[in-house]
Design a protein around this ligand. Structure first.
Ligand SMILES: C[C@@](CO)(OP(=O)(O)O)[C@H](O)COP(=O)(O)OP(=O)(O)OC[C@H]1O[C@@H](n2ccc(N)nc2=O)[C@H](O)[C@@H]1O
Ligand SMILES: Nc1ncnc2c1ncn2[C@@H]1O[C@H](COP(=O)(O)OP(=O)(O)O)[C@@H](O)[C@H]1O
Length: 286
């Protein structure tokens, strides 16, 4: 069979963990100022792209959810790049969705980032990383770090990034059976939003915590149960605004052994922390 040169396969859209997350303040526009540490893991959604000569954008996916095409961050990302570059090409896109949605591991943002990075290469629109990150930020606060592709200490709403190299542990990530909306967590008056801003050296060496965790645990018993179970085996915390919980292990087999003991009603996966994103590695072999 002849090779289809317009097809480009297996672009990873990795998950991220917030190894710590502090909320320092709420801005006048409602957004929150954060200090957070992002690390990628090697557990990913995968996207395939076929470049087309008409400007149509078409998405096929195994996502079993109610996200309409017009709200899907993949199509929104592709459209924003097309518009910004006045690009006449289009694409057919296939999404293999593996990451749980609304779990605080950033799957939607990562899909958007991978779409921007891949299409910028495949359409040859030649935007710089900084330009792509600017486009990405309009789609979501977490999109720039996925485009940058390096684990980072982040400030602002998550867009001021300083690459760092935290230890690459193995993680067992558990997925409580509940959807926790980022917007709902940030709207609640009970959320702690006054953690003092600290310098990076202090933050990296202090015990790591997530300011959303107590709040989410109190409101969602599924998250409380999951954390209560995992913390018996490993240092464990919530990522982002939840609901996923991660436990950290020195060795893969230790994480796999705990996964094997998971009660039947809990779901999870084992992944390795990686300070260079799998997307960044894919980009180097177009
Ligand atoms: C707080 C984090 C940490 O990683 O949570 P997770 O979504 O990963 O759980 C993220 O930065 C979230 O980023 P993202 O999920 O892209 O958020 P967005 O779509 O930009 O915003 C969703 C909603 O959350 C609120 N929001 C988001 C980010 C922020 N720094 N302050 C906010 O107040 C806003 O009300 C916004 O309407
Ligand atoms: N391609 C996509 N994958 C996942 N979610 C998407 C996508 N496009 C739009 N969304 C919307 O974004 C929301 C947040 O998704 P996600 O990034 O998985 O959550 P989180 O930021 O909590 O990890 C979803 O609930 C869904 O409504």
């Amino acid at each position: 069979m002849m090779k289809d040169t317009n097809l480009s396969l297996a672009w990873p859209a990795p998950a991220k963990l917030n190894l710590f997350l502090h909320i320092n303040n709420q801005r006048d526009d409602g957004y929150h100022e954060l200090q957070t540490l992002f690390q990628f893991v090697d557990y990913c959604d995968y996207l395939d792209f076929k470049v087309t000569q008409s400007s149509e954008l078409k998405l096929h996916s195994n996502m079993n959810s109610s996200v309409a095409d017009c709200d899907n961050l993949i199509l929104l990302a592709a459209k924003s790049l097309q518009k910004f570059c006045n690009c006449q090409k289009g694409a057919e896109i296939w999404l293999d969705k593996r990451l749980p949605m609304g779990g605080g591991i950033g799957g939607g943002s990562s899909d958007a980032a991978t779409t921007l990075v891949a299409l910028n290469a495949l359409w040859n629109t030649q935007l710089s990383k900084a330009q792509l990150m600017g486009l990405g930020l309009k789609l979501g606060a977490d999109v720039p770090v996925f485009i940058n592709g390096l684990s980072a200490f982040a400030e602002g709403v998550g867009e001021k990034l300083l690459p760092v190299t935290p230890k690459e542990y193995w993680y067992l990530v558990l997925i409580p059976d509940v959807h926790v909306s980022t917007a709902v967590v940030f709207q609640d008056p009970q959320l702690t939003r006054d953690t003092p801003k600290l310098d990076i050296d202090t933050l990296m060496s202090a015990p790591w915590k997530n300011d959303c965790q107590d709040f989410v645990v109190k409101r969602y018993p599924q998250v409380a149960n999951t954390l209560g179970w995992l913390v018996e085996y490993a240092p464990s915390r919530m990522t982002g605004t939840g609901a996923c919980i991660f436990g950290q292990f020195e060795l893969e087999h230790q994480a796999l052994e705990v996964l094997a003991q998971l009660p039947k009603d809990m779901l999870g996966f084992v992944a390795k922390g990686t300070n260079i994103s799998p997307l960044e590695s894919r980009l180097t072999r177009l």
